[in-house]
Write a protein that binds this ligand. Sequence first.
Ligand code: NDP
Length: 277
Amino acid sequence: MKTVRLPSGETLSALGIGTWRMGEHSPERSEEIATLRLAIDLGVTVIDTAEMYGAGATEALVGEAIADRRERVFLVSKFYPQHASRRELARACEGSLRRLKTDRIDLYLLHWRGHTPLAETLEACLQLHQQGKIRHFGVSNFDIEDLHELSATPSACMVATNQVLYNLMRRGAEWELLGWLAARRIPLMAYSPLEQGRLLRHRPLTEFARRRGLTAAQVALAWVLAQDGVLAIPKSAHRARLKENWAALEHPLTPGDQAELDRLFPPPQGPSPLAML
Ligand code: NDP
């Protein structure tokens, strides 16, 4: 199984699972929980969530799903920028811990940049880390200028990831962001690797996949996972799809496949602002 290494040296499976929109509709709850539990049993250790999702309902669902498997999970949650101050962050973290029914979050991310100075947010994260409430911290939706600013901040060396939009249709991070992170051994966590399902309706991609006996989802994930230092967190709330996505790990793309995908989804030709969903 492909793994990525955090700056601390800890290794993670490169394929995780996202949870946005889980826990919002009660008829789907039992399948969502069953999917998360199956994911852990298959070896998916990284589960990504956020205090924003379902206004806390998603964290509560994740907490229920992992209750008897906490030790096997690398739990990622994200806090709102309006909670990024010293005072608010402690309270936000307590709320997430309570909903997740755990005593620690493995990786705690600033969801996107707000108005709190980065130095204050990182200091607050460091304090939570020292208290054992979070094991690692990082950022999300940070463009290259944000990262330059971040790197001038005390404790920046502890930033463990930047979670950004990255998939075949959104390759802007390849221009500078990926290289910047790689040079500092910080993995990129690719969110919406299936472009929220839109990639799966992309005719040339479905045709490309069909010719190889794969599905468009498997090709899209195999492509993201082929990039060095990148982990992906596709969301599915269905066990059959989870298994389909997991099987992408068994189908690495050949150099010929990569070249054809470059023709279908050209890499960036210049800088562009980081896209965000
Ligand atoms: P994804 O690209 O992961 O796509 C999810 C969609 O694809 C869902 O509708 C899912 O449906 C569907 N799907 C998944 N697998 C298959 C399959 N094999 N066949 C057909 N359909 C499939 O989008 P997300 O936006 O959910 O991104 C993943 C995760 O990244 C989020 O859940 C969240 O945790 C994180 N995220 C973080 C953001 C940030 O700002 N930091 C922003 C956006 C996402 P179904 O569930 O019904 O199977």
